[in-house]
Structure formats: structure tokens, C-alpha cells
Design a binder for this molecule. Structure first.
Ligand SMILES: [Zn+2]
Length: 419
């Protein structure tokens, strides 16, 4: 008996839509796909009906599932759903449809079914060259490459459309106009990211012999000072407050506590925590392998408290799973590694619980806290750079310089003995 026929009778219409579009096989696979990932029956049914609705809409448009573009998916979500008149029993909640389709495309899996906007061959070739440069020359992490390529793709499409890419014909005004339009309403961090993407691309073109000096000069400088009055690192009291905010009797509490210890004791980055694997820890030697930024791997000592928190989670909190990552999901989709977002929300939720939500907005504050603690102790920059695993000493100096003034202000008012 096919999986999808085990669902409630109310799903007959949905089954008929899958059948009419001649994708019953996918309907069945989809139900099994969700069930295997631990979704509740209710959720499976809602998602199933949402995808059926989408399949129905697509089949009326004479497009094959594998030829869909991102804009068609968006059209379904934003234009069709609010005004849908397909059938009374239709699932037309946008949130459900969005989640359901994400799983559906993930299941269909191969790149050709992922809705990606298409670009001209000239732009595609340009992006391929830039991507090689980012990976092979700059050694950037995949996530950074994705952002850089997305920004540069938008820029090239905006400026050249379907014609051949000729960077030598660009003038400063093109750059300024694009940045202004693309960054309207974005925060300083996001604006800076777009600027970095373009600068990186122009430097790449310069290395290929195209003059881009005036284009680079046209890029705006973004001021990134935030919370200027507040010290941008946590005090020992705040750290205690945060560590006490976890319910360490619950499985997720044990996980989130161990995640936070990794960030706080070792200054790991979010992705480094998420990608930590069981085989990365050598319990006997008391060291841990960290897969860091720019595809580099470091071996760092594993402090006792961090090790204890991880061991407690592994022994009493971690659910049964075939994953090799240390931290995994406890809610559907099960049998999946903790994502970078999960690492961030583990910390944010704890901060919410203990009233530190204004102070701990991301996980970077932990790295800054470590740097400041070391500066205060008089540690040389080289030592701080090693601990934070910075590739260049410059990065470290910038950090400490930014925080040194703020540090002096608070350090004086701290009661008790000086370290
Ligand atoms: Zn409809």
C-alpha cells in the first residue's frame, strides 16, 4: 500500500492532484521522507496538501517541476495563495507552503530542481572564474563564497543583463547606484557585506589585468560602531548569569549548555561548533580538532569544564542518531546535525531567559570577551591571535584596539583584586 494512501481521507483531493500531474511517485516519497524525519502526522498531512496544491498550480501552467524558476515559486507563494480559488479544502497558509516546498525541493535533491534564477552564459562564466578565485586563492569558507557570489551575481545582472560582461566599461556611478539601491533598509553589517563582495570581485578582476582602481575607490566606507557607550564584552558576573540560565536536567538544556561552553571557553565560531564531530575530540590527550575558517584545521586543548559539559551531553542528553556531529537536533527533522542557526538560538534563548538579550545578540561577543580578558591580563597579541585562530595578526590588533578603551573604563570600576 502506498504511504500517501495511509493519510486521512480528506487528502483524496491532494492525491488526485499529484496523480493528475503524473507525480504520484513523488507524493509517496514525500510522505515517507517527512515520516522518516520524525514529523508528526498532522504536519505531514498539512505539508502534503500544501505541496499537492503547488503541484496542481504548476501543472496548469505547463511547466515541468524540474524547470521551475525561483520567481515562479515566489509567484505561487505571494500572488496565487492570497487569491487562490482552486478548491475549498486547499491548504493556502504561506508559512506551511514555504516549509513544505523547502522539504520537497530538498527531497528532489539534485541541483536542477533547486529554484535558482538563471543568468546569461557570459555572467555564468564570470561567476565561475570568481568562485574558483574565492576557493583556491582566497581559501574562503563555503558560506562566505555563497554570499560573495550572490552579491556579485546581482550586480552583474543589474548592470549587464543578457549582454556580455565588460568590466572595463564600468564607471564609478554604476557602482554607487547599485550599492545605494541594493542596500536600502539594510543595517550597517549587511551593507558592509555587500561592499566587501564587490571589493573582492574588483580585486579579482585587477589580478586578471583589468583596471578597477576607480571602482574600488567608489565603494562606500561603512561605519560599524555599535553600542558605542557599552563595553562590547561580557563581565564575569554576566557570564555566570548566562551559564545559570540553562536547565541542565533536560536533554536540550545539556546540549545548549555544552554549545555555550564551547563558544565561551574556546572562542569557537558558530560554524565551528556546529561542525564539531565525535572523532574531533581526543579524550585521552585532552585536545580537540577545530575545522575553522578558510578550510584550516587547528588542534586546541580541551578545557576541563568544556569537556565535562560535552561528555554529559553525549552520555545523558544526545538522542540516538547516525550522525557523527557532536550536536544534533532534538526536534524534527530528526537525525540531523545542529545547524549554525541552532547554535545561535541556543545562546539567544538563554540570554532572553536571564535578561541579557540586549547584550548577547550573537555569538561573536564571546570571542571579544576572550580577547579582552587576555588583553587585560597583558597577554601578547600573538597569543590572542593563536587562541582565536586568526590567520593574520592584524585582525587581532583591530579587535583589541576597539575594545581597549572601553575595557579601561570598566576595568577601573571593577571591585576586588586586579589580576
Ligand atoms: Zn490554489
Amino acid at each position: 500500500m502506498p504511504m500517501s494512501s495511509r493519510l486521512k481521507p480528506g487528502n483524496i483531493l491532494a492525491q488526485r492532484w499529484f496523480a493528475r500531474a503524473e507525480v504520484e511517485v513523488e507524493a509517496d516519497r514525500y510522505v515517507r521522507y517527512l515520516a522518516e524525519r520524525g514529523y508528526a502526522r498532522d504536519t505531514v498531512e498539512r505539508y502534503f496538501r500544501s505541496v499537492a496544491h503547488f503541484v496542481h498550480w504548476v501543472s496548469q501552467r505547463d511547466v515541468a517541476l524540474c524547470d521551475l524558476s525561483e520567481s515562479q515559486v515566489n509567484q505561487f507563494l505571494h500572488v496565487h495563495l492570497p487569491h487562490c480559488r482552486c478548491a475549498r479544502q486547499c491548504c493556502r497558509t504561506e508559512v506551511d507552503a514555504r516549509a513544505a516546498l523547502k522539504h520537497f525541493f530538498a527531497m528532489l535533491g539534485n541541483a536542477q530542481t533547486k529554484p535558482v534564477p538563471s543568468v546569461s552564459t557570459s555572467i555564468a562564466a564570470e561567476l565561475a572564474g570568481f568562485e574558483r578565485h574565492l576557493i583556491e586563492v582566497r581559501g574562503l569558507a563555503n558560506s562566505t563564497c555563497t554570499v560573495r557570489l550572490r552579491d556579485v551575481r546581482q550586480f552583474l545582472v543589474d548592470r549587464f543583463g543578457t549582454s556580455t560582461v565588460r568590466v572595463s566599461t564600468l564607471v564609478s556611478a554604476d557602482v554607487v547606484r547599485f550599492v545605494m539601491r541594493r542596500t536600502t533598509g539594510l543595517g550597517p553589517g549587511s551593507v558592509n557585506s555587500v561592499v566587501l563582495s564587490l571589493r573582492s570581485y574588483f580585486r579579482f578582476k585587477a589580478s586578471c589585468g583589468t583596471s578597477t582602481t576607480s571602482l574600488i575607490a567608489a565603494l562606500p566606507r561603512v561605519a560599524l560602531w555599535r553600542l558605542a557607550g557599552l563595553p562590547n564584552f561580557l563581565t564575569p558576573a554576566e557570564i555566570r548569569q548566562l551559564l545559570n540560565a540553562f536547565n541542565r536536567d533536560s536533554a536540550t538544556g545539556m546540549r545548549d549548555f555544552a554549545i555555550t561552553r564551547c563558544l565561551l571557553d574556546l572562542g569557537l565560531r558558530r560554524a565551528e561548533v556546529a561542525h564539531l564531530r565525535l572523532d574531533d575530540i581526543d579524550w585521552r590527550a585532552g585536545v580537540m580538532r577545530v575545522r575553522g575558517k578558510g578550510r584550516r584545521t587547528d588542534v586546541v586543548p580541551l578545557p576541563r569544564l568544556t569537556g565535562q559539559a560535552i561528555a554529559t551531553y553525549l552520555r545523558y542528553g544526545r538522542p540516538q542518531t547516525t550522525r557523527r556531529e557532536v550536536f544534533v537536533r532534538h526536534r524534527p527533522p530528526l537525525n540531523a546535525a545542529a545547524s549554525v542557526d541552532l547554535v545561535r538560538s541556543a545562546v539567544r534563548h538563554a540570554a532572553d531567559r536571564c535578561g541579557l538579550q540586549q547584550r548577547v545578540r550573537g555569538t561573536h561577543i564571546f570571542r571579544r570577551t576572550i580577547a579582552c580578558r587576555m588583553v587585560q591580563r597583558g597577554a601578547p597579541f600573538k597569543e590572542i591571535a593563536d587562541l582565536l585562530r586568526h590567520r593574520s595578526l592584524d585582525t587581532t590588533t583591530i579587535y583589541a584596539k576597539v575594545d581597549l578603551l572601553a575595557l579601561r573604563r570598566v576595568a577601573l570600576s571593577w571591585p576586588g583584586r586586579r589580576p
